[in-house]
Design a protein around this ligand. Structure first.
Ligand code: TXA
Ligand code: MG
Length: 318
């Protein structure tokens, strides 16, 4: 592995150093409540380009802009009433809103990859909050993994994936939710689910009304390419047991499981464990990872979305 990357516990001094790196156009990995992010000054074209280079993304997917609060968000995007209700209910938190970019927004055009909208969220994690305040600039951050790998939920995952390319990885323990934010955009006034995530659909629908499901792989959410989240091993979904050479990733009571997402069948626990367990099983080099069925309700929608992507053939990586 790589020694270049510096993992530091996220105390005041490390956060101040991270903020200084961001301000001078460098890259820093930092925790959020969902997954670890690879952050750069969202107003600096070179810094944003460096994110794409570090991840080796084959194309420019638009990135999520992180801000400390609603007042900063208002300087960057236009809020419709429905967007404001959602922000009031879910920020800080794991909801990303895709909204029209303000003409006077100090944001790199590369951040939204040429679209006239910006994906924005206020993270609910103490280190992320302190970093945003200390840096004093919006921070663009995709998940801190190389393209095609599952998202990192610990500082060590980040080091394994991008270690040689980063000056500093802020460590504040495992990500609390373990699954990326839910991304919601608007088609006129109608809210559209662009990516299922850590806030379940039903909670958003209680505020905004029925969510349309965006067709996969549309330009509206380019990050939704089929195999965005693929581990190396093949995934076999809805498995009831492991075949020879396979490792069983269980959900609920099970015998012969290599790992269990949640022995008591709890979807939140399963979401938290998903990426870390996929990594652990993948590292053992099995012929395939057999994954037991996950119910489709609540967080199950996002978990199944990630599993289907991870199971897709590898040609279409994002
Ligand atoms: O939880 C998360 O959202 C994490 C943490 C670090 O905040 N970030 C994350 O970023 O997952 P990333 O880049 O891996 O995913 C961003 C998603 C992609 O599906 C992308 O296509 C979508 O947001 N997105 C970003 N900007 C968009 C835009 N202007 N229009 C439509 N979709 C957009
Ligand atoms: Mg990602």
């Amino acid at each position: 592995m790589n020694d270049l990357a510096n993992i530091r516990f996220a105390d005041g001094e490390a956060i101040a150093d991270a903020a200084a790196i961001i301000r001078k156009g460098g890259l820093v990995a930092f925790p959020t409540e969902t997954v670890y992010g690879l952050g750069a000054d969202a107003g600096n074209d070179h810094a944003v380009a460096a994110i794409f280079a570090a991840k080796e993304r084959p194309r420019f997917n638009p990135l999520i802009v992180h801000v400390p609060d609603m007042s900063v968000a208002r300087q960057l995007v236009e809020f419709t009433p429905a967007a404001r209700w959602l922000a009031e209910r879910f920020w800080p938190g794991a909801l990303t809103l895709v909204l029209p970019r303000r003409a006077d927004a100090r944001l790199s055009l590369l951040v939204s990859a040429g679209l006239d909208t910006v994906a924005i969220r206020v993270p609910d994690q103490r280190t992320a909050q302190k970093l945003l305040v200390a840096a004093g600039v919006p921070i663009a951050a995709p998940s801190a993994n190389a393209s095609g790998e599952v998202s990192p939920t610990t500082a060590e995952h980040v080091r394994q994936s991008l270690g040689g390319k980063l000056e500093l990885i802020l460590d504040d323990g495992p990500a609390r939710l373990g699954l990326e934010s839910t991304v919601v955009g608007f088609d006129g006034k109608k809210p559209v689910l662009l990516r299922p995530g850590a806030v379940p659909r039903i909670k958003i629908e209680a505020i905004a009304g029925p969510l349309e499901r965006a067709p996969a792989d549309t330009i509206a959410s380019p990050g939704q390419l089929a195999s965005h989240y693929a581990p190396n091993a093949r995934l076999r979904l809805n498995a009831l047991s492991a075949a020879p050479g396979e490792l069983l990733l269980a959900f609920g009571p099970a015998v012969g499981a290599a790992k269990n997402l949640s022995p008591r069948g709890d979807l939140e626990e399963a979401a938290t464990n998903l990426f870390a367990m996929l990594r652990e099983l993948d590292a053992r080099g099995p012929r395939a990872i057999a994954v037991m069925p996950i119910p489709e309700h609540g967080l199950g929608e996002a978990i199944n979305d990630r599993l289907r992507r991870a199971a897709a053939p590898r040609g279409l990586r994002a």
